[in-house]
Design a protein around this ligand. Structure first.
Ligand SMILES: Cc1cc2nc3c(=O)[nH]c(=O)nc-3n(C[C@H](O)[C@H](O)[C@H](O)COP(=O)(O)OP(=O)(O)OC[C@H]3O[C@@H](n4cnc5c(N)ncnc54)[C@H](O)[C@@H]3O)c2cc1C
Length: 412
């Protein structure tokens, strides 16, 4: 083992993008994934415009654009009870930034693209079917215990470990941390569906605020496949869900509405933050560190911004350009971003979209969005404000994470 080597636990989007970032920077990286293959279930699928230059710098944006849907429509909130649509199209960013669009693509397909890129690098290894079981660290490195599917155990040694092993993170448990916060009473049902949502007035991306049929609806591929996520009580048994999905679509599209369910996935939602994001040479990133309901697309987005911060901080520590206090700064900045921006914004948006509010309450709750979409300058600020999920440079001495957070006022 070299003291520069990095183990990444988990081949989800955060783990694989971490592997790509560090491998491109010249470090030896090994990814350990408990399963034998990528998880292709319908999960995150929207990549917001401020993050795209970073994905471009990693070399994956062109492939994502080729295989995904380019969303120029931006923010659209349909307030059915008020007969009002609040919009901020991405076209208002033309000329202001290199990527005035969002990209829509299933996170499994993004992982597949990253895997292809990793396959072209000689300093990365992916070990499938190897689950993290134990961590022991000293001043020089970390001994990582892994368990194969047949129960065989092995120990490998690395300089550093990035725990990107998702919401039930073993890494988090092994560093003695817990995910503190709440679990929502409701369950989300993510459906991938072939239907003609455009004929209902939907744009590429929509928050459909309806008294009984509320959903987040987004175009997946520009060729008829859409994601529609609605909410139901988590007390309902999962059996019977397929029928309830049909009931939902009949209510939304009418009894004669034409649709075909491709895949679906029910899931519980949380607002939780790990009590630690760092213990010595072990860092957490992505859902291992924080969990949010996905309204607004801030779950994976926040995880990918973790990678950007960690790449800078850990890269500088390993390269001898910074001392380890930068890694404490990583923990502090990313915790602050999640607890002050991502989590409250996603909570507010979930409440607005799925809260069944009367018209007057809805008008009050959506006033920040109304102000944020009222003219060209406000729309620009609102869309660019999504970059608030990025931390300031961990290496600058006077970073100001609170500056210019147009997104934060959505949560007020
Ligand atoms: C149904 C659904 C819909 C969602 N929709 C959205 C959305 O629209 N927008 C959004 O932003 N977010 C959404 N999310 C959340 C988003 O999917 C997560 O934020 C994202 O997957 C986090 O990526 P990650 O790489 O941190 O973790 P994960 O994607 O969970 O990846 C973790 C990986 O670690 C592996 N692993 C676990 N334990 C171990 C171990 N002990 N050893 C080795 N490997 C291990 C797992 O097998 C997995 O491959 C959704 C989630 C779900 C479930």
């Amino acid at each position: 083992m070299s003291s520069d080597s990095i183990a990444v636990i988990g081949a989800g989007p955060v783990g694989l993008v971490s592997a790509l970032a560090f491998a491109r920077d010249g470090f030896d990286v090994t990814v350990f994934e408990a399963e034998d293959q990528l998880n292709l279930a319908p999960r995150a699928m929207v990549y917001l415009n401020p993050l795209l230059p970073d994905l471009d710098e990693l070399g994956i944006l062109d492939d994502m654009k080729r295989r995904g849907h380019i969303d120029r429509d931006g923010f659209n909130m349909h307030l059915v009870a008020l007969d009002e649509v609040l919009s901020a199209p991405n076209s208002v960013l033309d000329g202001l930034m290199p990527t005035p669009f969002n990209v829509h693509l299933g996170q499994g397909e993004v992982c597949a693209i990253v895997l292809e890129h990793l396959g072209r690098l000689s300093n990365v290894e992916i070990k499938w079917g190897q689950a993290l079981l134990g961590l022991e660290q000293d001043g020089d490195g970390v001994s990582v215990t892994l368990q194969a599917k047949d129960g065989r155990q092995s120990i490998e040694r690395f300089g550093w470990v990035i725990g990107a092993d998702g919401g039930r993170s073993a890494t988090r448990e092994l560093i003695g941390a817990t995910a503190e916060g709440t679990t929502w009473d409701e369950r989300f049902v993510a459906t991938n569906v072939f239907t003609d949502f455009r004929s209902l007035g939907m744009k590429s991306s929509n928050m459909y605020v309806h008294p009984t049929l509320a959903a987040v609806i987004a175009d997946i591929d520009g060729h008829g496949l859409w994601r529609c996520t609605f909410q139901e009580s988590a007390e309902l048994p999962e059996e019977g869900l397929r029928q309830r999905i049909d009931d939902y679509y009949h209510a939304l599209l009418g009894e004669d509405g034409v649709y075909e369910i491709d895949t679906y996935s029910p899931y519980r939602m949380h607002q939780r933050m790990s009590t630690k994001m760092r213990e010595g040479r072990v860092m957490l990133a992505g859902d291992a560190a924080h969990l949010t309901n996905p309204t607004g697309g801030l779950g994976l987005t926040t995880g990918l911004y973790d990678v950007i911060a960690l790449r800078e901080g850990l890269g500088a520590v390993i390269g001898g350009r910074a001392d380890e206090s930068v890694l404490d700064r990583y923990e502090a900045e990313r915790t602050k971003t999640f607890t002050e921006i991502s989590s409250p914004t996603a909570t507010h948006l979930k409440n607005v979209v799925y809260g069944h509010h009367d018209a007057e309450t809805l008008r009050v709750l959506t006033e920040p969005m109304r102000q944020g979409t009222k003219d060209l300058e406000s729309q620009r600020q609102m869309l660019l404000g999504l970059d608030a999920v990025r931390s300031p440079s961990l290496l600058s001495s006077a970073a100001d994470a609170a500056e210019g957070h147009a997104l934060a006022h959505l949560a007020e």
